[in-house]
Design a protein around this ligand. Structure first.
Ligand code: HBI
Ligand code: FE
Length: 275
């Protein structure tokens, strides 16, 4: 996996690139208190991500490594799945080495340094979530052997990218795809349209996801410990086999057995499927 890692060459970022980072950072840090999980806000502070400008990965990795043994490295873009999993299993997080243009503030197709570092890195400083991300990497390598990557990718999608967690004050965001998006930071918690369903691993693995619009469903965990336990305590081979025998679910589907925090406006009533 080393040959996918490139020097960040922090000096290559232009003043405009740093302004884009600062603009996105200011917008999200105004939105997220009260919306993001406490561990995310703590992570921003612990890693001193509020210093301004695109972080230099060497210094950032020193701070992060001291917390949980994780490091951040630069990669040109998406890396092959096996490389990605091997990196996570080694507590190495691959971050895009580019940042979106000023006219792309609200949407971009490939994860840039803001999505990867602002979205993903703060929670890598939380010990339990840091363990979960490494366990996910190890699980990904096993999923590749079992040909079960599409199922496992749903776990990443509905937790690491678009997960919600229940805290004393209510539902909070921890998914990187949400915290790095101004629109979805509001939508995920405040819109009536999506379903919000209690985390259930088998149910989640059956559920397709959408990649280019706000999610139609958000899964809610009680804690990062619950997520870590679900990953460590599950024998995924029989689970994958069982999920393979059950009907796939569309993102807006609702099951009678679902623990519904919110039944979304777009939940198709006729789709209240029995088991
Ligand atoms: N590569 N750099 C990078 N970042 C990702 O988030 C990433 C990836 N490769 C594959 C991937 N994510 C997803 O397919 C995972 O679900 C495996
Ligand atoms: Fe991501």
């Amino acid at each position: 996996m080393e040959n996918w890692i490139i020097p960040q060459d922090w000096a290559h970022f232009t003043p405009q690139d740093h302004i884009v980072w600062d603009t996105l950072y200011a917008r999200q840090s105004a939105l997220l208190p009260g919306r993001a999980a406490a561990a995310f806000i703590d992570g921003l502070e612990r890693l001193e991500l509020s210093r301004g400008g695109i972080p230099e990965f060497g210094a950032l990795s020193e701070r992060l490594h001291a917390q949980t043994g994780w490091r951040v490295v630069a990669v040109p873009g998406l890396v092959p799945d096996d490389v990605f999993f091997r990196m996570l299993a080694a507590r190495i997080f691959p971050a895009g080495n580019f940042i979106r243009r000023p006219d792309q503030l609200d949407y971009l197709e490939a994860p840039d340094v803001f999505h990867d570092v602002f979205g993903h890195v703060p929670l890598l400083s939380d010990p339990v979530f840091a363990d979960y991300m490494q366990a996910y990497g190890e699980g990904g390598l096993r999923a590749l052997e079992l040909g079960a990557l599409p199922a496992l990718a749903r776990l990443y999608w509905y937790t690491v990218e678009f997960g919600l967690v229940r805290e004393a004050g209510g539902l909070r965001i921890y998914g990187a795809g949400i915290v790095s998006s101004a629109g979805e930071s509001r939508f995920a918690l405040e819109s009536e349209s999506p379903n919000r369903i209690g985390f259930d691993l088998e149910r989640l693995l059956r559920t397709r996801y959408k990649i280019d619009e706000f999610q139609a469903v958000y899964f809610v965990i009680e804690s990062f410990e619950q997520l870590l336990r679900a990953t460590l305590d599950t024998d995924f081979a029989p689970l994958y086999a069982r999920v393979g025998t059950l009907a796939e679910l569309a993102p807006a589907d609702v099951l009678a057995s679902d623990r519904l925090f919110t039944r979304g406006a777009q939940a198709s009533a006729s789709k209240s499927l029995a088991e």
